[in-house]
Every structure is written in structure tokens, then in C-alpha cells.
Design a protein around this ligand. Structure first.
Ligand SMILES: *[C@@H]1O[C@H](CO)[C@@H](O)[C@H](O)[C@H]1NC(C)=O
Ligand SMILES: [Zn+2]
Length: 397
């Protein structure tokens, strides 16, 4: 009778304890997995570094389909200040001292004509050196060319993304520092380039300014073909307001990925019609007569870079002065994995404590049962011990 009532209780306890022990083991395994995965990450990156040092032997062909191949063929592409990036509007720093952009000479007349080229990677318009950024940077920057990045009807193809969201397309107006002779010379200099980036979205109406470029697309559908278009007001390809923009230090978004670009990405977007966007997406051909589309690079890690905003975003308001020095991406990863480890060890500790206290509880139960059943209390003489302890206490005090 006694055994029958006791056994289920004990079975339950054993099951629970073994379950907790299992949890304990699983958590330990998790810690091991985390530790080993972080060490494989390190191995991976050192492998990549080794590939880089092997050199940039085959720099001739690159494409958007295999962007990982850029890393081994072009040493700069694996740098820590690459573009494009995701712009997290909750993490940008409002910087009221960012000087506004002042453009000059963008209002071109019909002649001279401008050269529009399909170079197999993008649609590019050559710009005259009379077009300049007069204010906004420490030097005057001279315009060289503008080009576009786009996707397909299904896949939006802007390079920069806002809170991880792509726009359908993006325009880049490339300028070089006037203290250098030309784009080539400036391209590899730290303060060499300034690119203005604008997001292109879909609106209800045709954009007459964009039509000046897009209407010529059918003439250059074959790779490496070009045509001439009359000059026009290039300022109208950019958003209405140039006052609201993000600023950060980055790179060319194509090989050789030189980290020499001061990026300005405008907050206001540009609108073209659905038909116009479709013309951009569906007309140009690249090598092997394939459609030239999805010519955008994947977003790159910030590696501690700061993204400044010339305007108050809801979330960045007042942050510039209050915020402590920004943490690096690496620090953040370390910090968050530190938090995770802390939580895991906390749970492990709690579980250990629980298992231990259940164990002692059971021991005590067993002990008191034994006490009752086999009168072991005579051997233990707890009363005597208590008395001894009382005495000890007295002597100490
Ligand atoms: C422009 O700024 C507003 C307000 O902060 C923000 O909600 C929006 O996402 C921004 N758009 C772009 C393209 O940066
Ligand atoms: Zn570009």
C-alpha cells in the first residue's frame, strides 16, 4: 500500500528532473554551437583576406549576378567603407551644420548635345565640366556623368535602401574634386568623388525631363552603343528639394569599388510613370543579348560609419548632440552576442539552481521518510547537533 502511493510521486519527480537535465544539456550545447560558429566566421574572413592578398589578377569581366566574385578580383570591394548601404532612418544623426548643396551650370541648352551610352552595365549620360557643385563640400566638384540602377517589374532596383526597402530605381550624378585633372585621376583619391543619389519611384504622369533620356533608349539597346541627345536642364532629373539629404562616406558601387565617394542621398524621391520605368527595365541589352536589368549592388555593411541627415527625421530629432559616439557595427554585434551569452548563462544558472534545489528537496523528503521508516534519527541525533551549534553560537558572541 505504502509503495503504491509513493511510486507515482517519485516517478513524476524523476521525469521532471531528467527533463530539466535535458534542458540544461541543450543549453550547454547551444553555447558550444555559438562558440564554434563564431570561430568559423573568423576562419571564413581570414580565408577571404588571403584571397585578396593573392591579388587582383582578372579584372576584365564583372557582372551583377555574382557579386561575391568582385571580392576576389577587386581588392577594394571588400573594404570597410563600401556602398551602397541600408539607411536606417532610426539611426541617422541629424547634423544641422551640413551645408546645403548648391549646383551651377545644370541648366544646359539644346547644344552641345550630350552622349548617351549603353555600356553593358548601365545607361550613362556624359556631362560637361561646366556643371558643378559649388557649395556643400570643402571643394568644388565637377560633373562627369550620370547613370541609373534599376530592377525588373517584380524586383525594385535602387542601390541604397531606406529601412531595408528598395525604390524601383536610382539616379547617380557623379562629380570629381576640381583639384584633380579628371574623373580617372580623382577616382582613387580619398576626397576624389561626390555622387548625388536620387530615388526614382512611380507616379501617375510621364516625367517630361526623364523622357528626354528614355525616348532615346531604343537607339542604344545593343551593348556598347551610344547616341546623342540635345542638352536639357539636368537639375530637373533630381528631386524638387535638395535640402533634405543623407550624407556618408562610401565607395563606387561597381568595381573597382574605390572608397573615395562622399555620398549624398536625397530624401525626396523623383517620380516617373509606370510606362517610363518599364522602358528603362525592358529595353537595354547586355552581353549575349541578355536584358540589362537588376544592375544594383547588394547593400554593404556600415562598419561603424555614421550616416548624417541634413534634416530632422522623426527618430533622429535632437540625437546629434545627445547621442554618444556611435558604436561600430562590430561592437554592436559583439554587444548583442554578449547579451545573448549573458541570458544563456543566466538561464543555465537558474536551471542549475532549480535542479539542485529539487535534488536537495528530494533528498530531504527521502531522508525524512527514512527517518520515519527506519528510525535513523537515533543514529543522527539531530537534537544533539542543534545543541552543539547553539553552544558554538554562544561562544562566538
Ligand atoms: C524622408 O524622410 C521622412 C521623414 O523622416 C521618412 O519617413 C522617409 O522615409 C524619408 N524618405 C527617404 C527616401 O529617405
Ligand atoms: Zn551608380
Amino acid at each position: 500500500m505504502r509503495n503504491n502511493t509513493k511510486l507515482p510521486v517519485e516517478n513524476f519527480r524523476t521525469e521532471e528532473v531528467s527533463m530539466l537535465l535535458d534542458m540544461f544539456l541543450i543549453l550547454h550545447l547551444h553555447v558550444l554551437v555559438i562558440a564554434s560558429s563564431s570561430s568559423t566566421e573568423e576562419d571564413g574572413s581570414s580565408e577571404r583576406d588571403a584571397e585578396h592578398s593573392k591579388g587582383s589578377s582578372h579584372q576584365h569581366h564583372w557582372g551583377y549576378h555574382d557579386q561575391d566574385a568582385w571580392l576576389s578580383a577587386f581588392e577594394h570591394c571588400s573594404g570597410k567603407a563600401q556602398s551602397p548601404i541600408n539607411i536606417d532612418t532610426h539611426k541617422v544623426f541629424y547634423e544641422p551644420k551640413l551645408p546645403p548643396i548648391k549646383l551651377e551650370g545644370f541648366d544646359l541648352t539644346g547644344s552641345p548635345a550630350l552622349t548617351l551610352i549603353n555600356n553593358g552595365h548601365t545607361l550613362q549620360l556624359s556631362l560637361p565640366s561646366s556643371m558643378r557643385i559649388m557649395r556643400g563640400f570643402d571643394h568644388v566638384y565637377v560633373a562627369a556623368q550620370l547613370h541609373f540602377h534599376w530592377g525588373t517589374k517584380e524586383i525594385p532596383g535602387s542601390e541604397h535602401i531606406i529601412d531595408h526597402v528598395h525604390f524601383p530605381a536610382e539616379i547617380h550624378v557623379v562629380h570629381y574634386n576640381s583639384k584633380y585633372a579628371d574623373l580617372i585621376e580623382a577616382g582613387s583619391k580619398a576626397d576624389g568623388l561626390a555622387v548625388l543619389g536620387g530615388f526614382i519611384g512611380i507616379g501617375l504622369h510621364d516625367n517630361d525631363n526623364y523622357e528626354k533620356i528614355l525616348s532615346a533608349l531604343t537607339d542604344i539597346s545593343i551593348e556598347e552603343s551610344d547616341t546623342e541627345i540635345p542638352g536639357f536642364n539636368v537639375r530637373h532629373l533630381l528631386p524638387d528639394s535638395l535640402d533634405r539629404f543623407y550624407r556618408y562616406s562610401g565607395s563606387l558601387t561597381t568595381p573597382p569599388c574605390f572608397q573615395t565617394v562622399s555620398w549624398t542621398v536625397f530624401n525626396d524621391s523623383i517620380r516617373v510613370s509606370r510606362r517610363q520605368l518599364a522602358a528603362l527595365e525592358d529595353t537595354l541589352k547586355t552581353e549575349h543579348n541578355k536584358l540589362l536589368s537588376k544592375n544594383f549592388r547588394a547593400p554593404q555593411l556600415l562598419h561603424g560609419r555614421k550616416v548624417l541627415a541634413s534634416f530632422h527625421t522623426e527618430s533622429s530629432t535632437g540625437k546629434a548632440r545627445e547621442a554618444p559616439a556611435p558604436e561600430t557595427q562590430d561592437n554592436k554585434i559583439m554587444e548583442s552576442s554578449g547579451h545573448i551569452l549573458a541570458i544563456i548563462f543566466g538561464v543555465l544558472f537558474a536551471v542549475t539552481l532549480l535542479v539542485f534545489s529539487m535534488y536537495t528537496y528530494r533528498q530531504q523528503k527521502n531522508y525524512s521518510k527514512l527517518k520515519k521508516d527506519s528510525k535513523l534519527n537515533v543514529v543522527y541525533k539531530p537534537a544533539a547537533i542543534e545543541k552543539d551549534m547553539d553552544q558554538t553560537t554562544v561562544t562566538v558572541t
